[in-house]
Design a protein around this ligand. Structure first.
Ligand code: PLP
Length: 392
């Protein structure tokens, strides 16, 4: 057996099942393995490396910053920290940003902000949180409480109390759940892990109205769909609805660990010195990486390219004659292919043909390539997908 894989089987906590490939480097949308084999990466490390691997501008910025300053902690000021915050505030509904190190931490922070905001109302019972069916918000105890999948929560019960679930895209069902004791409602504008499910425009607009009616905060989890993945900077732009808090993470620094909680001034003002913190977060290295990543993504031509490639992929996928394809859906370059069969063997078959894709639940094949792919890359992926999906 490969030495790296053998060591993993002895020394790594067995929470992951990985294929027998050891990657050594990447370039653009391609990954290269130890055995010399090249793979077209339509996972982007789960919607993280949106600029592709080893993007030259990103590499140059990170190398330069690494040689200058990497970490001083949040005890002191550094410039890249505010550089990213200003970009996010200037180009979103938000006014202020709190940085953390991952998506689940962004959820935790958002829930803390919401609980503290609700306390200011004077209603001590205003602590409840509402998530939705098939929603995913992370793996720590608080984020798990609003993550729908029972399998993720049950082994670690009790998770944080106070959370319930509405039905995704069913606004009428929410009316029975939300009340004056609701502190916040958290939703993904398009669900990623839960099966690539776009939220209806009316649903998100209805959530905004119900939150306003009951004095609850609306949190959009844009960890997977934010920052250009859908062809707009933010996933919620498709619905024309702004939240009170938005969480970001996956692609923000194109692969270095970072999370962000973007919020309105009224939310930010309930947080006081000492209320929340992080040793690592907002360091100059990750923030410099985020500045460069943001500046590349936040260009009209870049975003238009995402839409064009996404539309092309969806149109071509819809042409595949397969008795197993039930639906092709998604927005921009987050695409789900719902099947009437288990997706696991298809992920393996694609990999054997040199294409990396991921599942999103048991029956959905998820494509999340770098946002920089060309039509030639799309065609290369489509050829593999045709081969493994076509039936007669
Ligand atoms: C991945 C993801 C998270 C969790 O992010 P981590 O960085 O893995 O903790 C939260 N919300 C959504 C929508 C995600 O896709």
């Amino acid at each position: 057996m490969n030495k790296t894989i053998a060591l993993e089987q002895t020394h790594i906590v067995p929470t992951y099942v990985r294929p027998e490939i050891v990657f050594t480097h990447g370039e653009g949308p391609y990954l290269f393995a130890e055995d010399g084999k090249r793979y077209l990466d339509f996972t982007s490390g789960i919607a993280v490396t949106s600029l592709g691997h080893s993007h030259p501008e990103w590499v140059a910025a990170v190398q330069e910053q690494a040689a200058k300053l990497v970490h001083v902690s949040n005890l002191y000021h550094t410039e890249p920290h505010v550089g990213v915050a200003k970009r996010l505030a200037d180009h979103s509904f938000g006014d202020r940003v709190f940085f953390c190190n991952s998506g689940t931490e962004a959820t935790e922070g958002a829930l803390k902000f919401a609980r503290k905001y609700a306390k200011q109302s004077g209603n001590a019972d205003k602590v409840n949180l509402i998530g939705f069916s098939a929603g995913f918000h992370g793996r720590t105890i608080g984020a798990l409480a609003v993550t729908y999948k029972e399998k993720y929560r049950a082994p670690f019960a009790p998770v944080m109390p106070g959370a319930t679930f509405g039905t995704f895209n069913d606004i009428d069902a929410l009316e029975d759940l939300i009340d004056e004791n609701t502190a916040a409602v958290i939703v993904e504008p398009m669900q990623g892990e839960g099966g690539v499910n776009p939220a209806d425009r009316e649903f998100l607009q209805g959530l905004r109205a119900l939150c306003d009616k009951h004095g609850a905060l609306l949190i959009f989890d844009e960890v997977q769909v934010g920052l250009g993945r859908t062809g707009k900077l933010w996933g919620h732009e498709h619905a024309g609805v702004a939240p009170d808090i938005m969480t970001l993470a996956k692609p923000l620094a194109n692969g270095l660990p970072i999370g962000a909680i973007v919020c309105s001034e009224k939310v930010a003002q309930v947080m006081a010195p000492g209320d929340h913190g992080s040793t690592f977060a907002a360091g100059p290295l990750v923030c410099r990486a985020a500045e460069v990543t943001f500046d590349i993504i936040n260009q009209p031509e870049f975003l238009a390219h995402v839409t064009e490639m996404g539309n092309y992929l969806q149109a071509e996928l819809n042409k595949i004659e397969s008795s197993h394809i039930k639906e092709v859906r998604g927005i921009g370059l987050l695409i789900g292919i719902e099947l009437d069969i288990e997706v696991g063997p298809l992920v393996a078959a694609a990999r054997d043909h040199g294409l990396l894709a991921i599942s999103a639940g048991p029956n959905v094949l998820r494509l999340a390539p770098a946002l920089t792919i060309t039509k030639a890359h799309a065609d290369e992926a489509l050829a593999v997908l045709k081969q493994i999906l076509a039936t007669d």
